[in-house]
Ligand binder design. Structure first.
Ligand code: NAD
Length: 411
């Protein structure tokens, strides 16, 4: 599997060539400002103590406080977190919100832990992060295998350590603790606003289009629900245990209910497939919404979807990107497509700081405006440079970060 950090740097470097960026600046953009590795001791239900390794990478603060999620997964390592933190830096600039980029995670399989063990792990991680995070410094959020409950534990631990109620230290919290309406569906909804903008420009309608979605968590499950409500036909979904396909369209409401009950995607009428097979189905739109490096040089030529909406971070590696581009397949890239999550996180943080809370309608209206503007900026840059949307997104993201660096005079 290719290294996600090298993949990210390859794109930084090709964008730097296009924009004729000085080497000195490229060097700054090619490494994080700070990487922290922490020991995370936590209690097991049997009374013994276990230790996990955690990371927080603070990539760029040129445009504002570091911002980015926390992932719990056995594959988490420093290079993965560095890549995710870099992507956050360019992503926040693409949607033009006043943040830099960061990311964190713990190398652990949370599915093997009980709820109490997860709480102990999360609180311990929060204690280790207290010196590095804060509402005006570094603001974490949910990512793979973390959720609103995880954010609540971390907010509580941080507030206890600082002696102040500090909801703005973290986003993606439960509504009762200062979370924002619309944050749970924001990543999917933001991606669908961008997709709809793209389809409208092509004079195409979402209704009746066939869709396959890899990953059935926050991003994938909400995308399936929203797209199905809009009249698209979701024919296949998968999670880490495998997938299902039904050419006539899945009953998404039923699949979600079963997934919530049993932990896996099931449907009596549907055929079972692997998550890899799902990627190669004949569909109008493919949505990778799981992990990095799912579309590579090995399978890119078998991908049939003309449109790929990247709700996951880094699902397509640079070699695959070239193959898809040469086959005229459109990739709506991660740092644009999944930026709705951090955009509503920004709305949540704004609400926490002002103490004034918005309606769902206000959140949705503001999210739509942000995502459509970001799509137009990216598509405009791609047109000027005769490039892919991914290159267009990097051009917008990196230029905005560099502009901030120059204005601050910190390079
Ligand atoms: P999640 O933990 O809620 O869900 C992840 C899903 O992926 C689960 O259904 C899991 O079973 C599935 N999965 C894992 N490995 C898989 C595999 N090999 N094949 C198929 N499915 C697999 O996480 P999430 O928050 O939905 O994040 C998914 C992706 O979206 C990640 O790349 C994440 O960085 C990105 N993302 C999430 C947000 C957010 O707000 N949650 C924002 C931006 C980007």
């Amino acid at each position: 599997m290719s290294n996600p950090f090298s993949n990210m740097l390859e794109l930084v470097s090709s964008t730097a060539k296009t924009l004729k960026i000085d080497d000195e600046v490229v060097n700054i953009l090619s490494q994080p400002e700070r990487s922290v590795e922490v020991q995370v001791p936590f209690m097991l239900d049997n009374g013994q103590q276990a230790i996990a390794t955690g990371y927080r990478v603070q990539y760029s603060s040129a445009r504002g406080p570091y911002k980015g999620g926390l992932r719990y997964h056995p594959q988490v390592d420093l290079d993965e977190v560095k890549a995710l933190a870099g992507w956050m830096s360019w992503k926040c600039a693409v949607v033009d919100i006043p943040y830099g980029g960061g990311k964190g995670g713990i190398e652990i399989d949370p599915k093997k832990l009980s709820e109490l063990e997860l709480e102990s792990l999360s609180r311990s991680f929060a204690r280790q992060l207290v010196p590095f995070i804060g509402p005006h410094n570094d603001i974490p959020a949910p990512d793979v295998n973390t959720n609103a409950q995880t954010m609540a534990w971390i907010m509580d631990e941080y507030s206890r350590a600082t002696g102040q109620h500090n909801p703005g230290v973290i986003t993606g919290k439960p509504i009762q603790l200062g979370g924002s309406l619309g944050r749970d569906t924001a990543t999917a909804q933001g991606g669908i606003f961008v997709l709809s903008r793209y389809l409208a420009k092509q004079k195409k309608d979402l209704k009746g289009l066939t869709i396959a979605i890899q990953g059935f968590g926050n991003a994938g499950m909400n995308a399936a629900q929203i797209l199905s409500n809009l009249g698209a036909k979701i024919i296949a979904v998968s999670d880490s245990r495998g997938g299902i396909v039904d050419r006539n369209g899945l009953n998404i409401g039923h699949v979600i209910k079963t997934k919530n009950k049993t932990g896996s995607v099931q449907e009596p009428k549907a055929e079972k497939i692997t998550s890899e097979e799902l990627l190669e189905l004949e569909v109008d739109i493919l949505i990778p919404a799981a992990l990095e490096n799912q579309i590579t040089a090995d399978n890119a030529k078998n991908i049939k979807a003309p449109i790929i909406l990247e709700l996951a971070n880094g699902p397509t590696d640079p070699a695959a990107d070239k193959i898809l581009e040469s086959n005229n397949q459109i990739v709506i890239p991660d740092i644009l497509a999944n930026a709705g999550g951090v955009t509503v996180s920004y709305f949540e943080w704004t609400q926490n700081i002002t103490g004034f809370y918005w309606t769902l309608q206000e959140v949705q209206t503001k999210l739509k405006l942000k995502m459509e503007q970001a799509f137009d900026d990216v598509a405009g840059a791609a047109k000027i440079h005769n490039s892919s949307l991914r290159q267009g997104a990097y051009i917008i993201g990196l230029s905005r970060v560099i502009e901030a660096m120059k204005l601050r005079g910190n390079y």
